[in-house]
Unconditional design. Structure first.
Length: 277
């Protein structure tokens, strides 16, 4: 799952908020694409979506306390051991300044309803019960996105993984199942058009792509075709798709082989994948 979501993140990063004609011309899965303006992110490099997911996955595997201080410490450690572009400019500057989890919590303003808590929630969907998924997801979401939509979008992203991992029904019905669990019909409504920065937008688009395609390649192309914040859409959708026995695992080898493979790259993600629940 971690490798696939990183592929979605890295592939989507080449198209994030790019012009629709650029997306239409290059969204072929033939390889990673250099973003027309974000030149600091090389083709095949993942972004904050994967790095923050990695921080949570490592904490989950290590069995550390699932508390805001422990989570914040992992976010800080993950960034400083491997600084990278892709974060929102203000949050990246914030991470450069803080050095401990305590400092992070003392200075953060957790009032966002954007997609940051949702993009990193996938590993929590592997937990064995819905109650555990929701509890763990809410704790991590409130560290940075302590708003109703911030928590709800993260919960929906994690529940998508849970639904697929435990084969709770047809993939086409994932949105309705999540809507029932969270008590809101919004998750069953198909998304149309460009995806903005809000978490609800990204997750609804991811669920729409996931529900509408039976293959990972189809899901990925559909995510990017929305335009807008498509790296997050693809991260959320491919995390769930990768855990489903009903979605054909047909991502092109060029995307697997071209994914960055430094110290915290493809091989590290694959090893950690094998240790997750």
């Amino acid at each position: 799952m971690l490798v696939e979501l990183a592929i979605g993140d890295a592939y989507g990063a080449g198209f994030e908020y790019a012009a629709a004609d650029f997306v239409a011309a290059h969204n072929t899965l033939a390889g990673y694409v250099q973003h027309p303006t974000h030149l600091g992110i090389a083709p095949g490099a993942y972004t904050d979506d994967t790095q923050m997911t990695l921080a949570l996955a490592e904490l989950l595997v290590d069995g550390g306390p699932w508390t805001p201080p422990a989570i914040a410490e992992r976010f800080v450690d993950a960034f400083h051991r491997d600084p990278r572009d892709g974060y929102a400019r203000g949050f990246q500057a914030f991470l450069r300044e803080v050095r401990t989890g305590a400092d992070f919590l003392a200075r953060i303003r957790p009032d966002s309803d954007k997609s940051g808590a949702a993009m990193r929630a996938a590993p929590l969907g592997l937990l064995p019960s819905v109650d555990e998924v929701l509890l763990h997801t809410e704790v991590q979401a409130r560290v940075t996105h302590d708003t109703p939509d911030g928590v709800a979008s993260a919960s929906a992203a994690a529940l998508a993984v849970h639904y697929c991992r435990y084969d709770l029904g047809p993939v086409a019905e994932v949105g309705g199942w999540i809507a029932d669990r969270l008590g809101s019909p919004v998750w069953a409504r198909p998304w149309e058009g460009k995806v903005g920065s809000k978490g609800v937008m990204s997750v609804r688009a991811a669920l729409t792509a996931l529900a509408g395609h039976g293959s990972a390649s189809g899901v990925l192309r559909a995510c990017v075709a929305f335009t807008g914040d498509v790296d997050t859409v693809a991260t959320v959708a491919l995390a769930a798709a990768a855990t489903s026995s009903r979605v054909v695992a047909d991502l092109p080898a060029v995307l697997h082989d071209g994914l960055e493979n430094g110290r915290y790259g493809r091989d590290h993600l694959a090893r950690l994948d094998g240790q997750l629940p």
